[in-house]
Design a protein around this ligand. Sequence first.
Ligand code: SF4
Length: 415
Amino acid sequence: MIVNKPLVRKHTHEVIVGWNGHEVKVGGGNPVVVQSMTNTDTADALNTALQVKALYLAGSEVVRITVNNEEAAKAVPYIREQLDKMRIPVPLVGDFHYNGHLLLQKFPDCARSLSKYRINPGNVGSARSRDDNYASMIEMAIQHDKPVRIGVNWGSLDQSLLARMMDENAQLADPLPPEQLMYQALIESALSSAYKAIELGLPENKILLSCKVSQVQDLIAVYRELSKRSPFPLHLGLTEAGMGSKGIVASTAALAVLLQEGIGDTIRISLTPEPNGDRTKEVIVAQEILQSMGLRAFTPQVIACPGCGRTTSTVFQELAQQIQNYLRDQMPVWKNQFSGVEEMKVAVMGCVVNGPGESKHADIGISLPGTGEAPSAPVFLDGKRVTTLKGERIAEEFQAIVQRYVEQRYVKVSH
Ligand code: SF4
């Protein structure tokens, strides 16, 4: 028998990010959270607030901003204020490197306005000051009652820890190969930093971990081991994933394997944007990974055939694109009005070979005419053929059918 085994999530602590009424729960079996990061200059408060808004409206449940200097730290409370005025209740995470201990102390409004601090233990200072600086950041998190993500990154691994581990490794009768030592050093850095934070007084349920690397197989190996040893929620992401399809494919390949094994409580897709590209792409990709794996539902799915020699025109490609855009544009409205609409499946198929069959399996389906077929497009609702569309306005008429279907099929949300 072929069994589709339900996915079992690894147990982790629940960490709450945000404030009363706007908490985002990460870990503890809660749905995998989508997060993103801005690429504006944080000191430019207005443009940063606008990009945070765009990311939130695209579906980002937590947004990270870099806090790299005093101007950025001063801007953070204004960014929060602008977001509150625009009614964008998304928690902000401050990304700190090198000077976080100074900025959090000098700018308490910044420390208060952020909902989480990201600390990179490899980037908190020189060998002499590292422990003090790290302790200072943890003390600020305790004082302001904020969770932290201890985010280790291969590119900025704590060099003194690595040197010590290399020395110890060299003494072993059977030393670990360099790749294994790198994995162990990443995990050791994250876990030892987490337990140090607990020693300093930060509660266990205020800590999340990440160990990011840029190669798919390395990421899978590191997180499998980290997950075995960590009770803390894990933030997944392939760092420096790259541009375009390469970044999307590499991130999906790595995250899909881990998520399928129940590993990961929040994800971020680190895509390098195309020049003038849309930053919200990383949010859409994160949602699509989770939705295609059946872990969450965000927006109605369009099942479109790839097309072949039977579809020599671009009619069905254009219609599939229009329907996908229409559904995505409608979702912000629908999700406030109709419960469960994000689960809807819409099939847009290119010809009679698979069109009627696939359309019947979807909630709504349309089978367009292939080359040489009669110029008509049967429409199916809940598996039954209800009408046939013809002429120039197939897209508009089909969208009207989708709208009516949503209104009749899904329960109205009462506010
Ligand atoms: S449904 Fe028709 S057009 Fe689409 S891929 Fe299959 S045979 Fe080709």
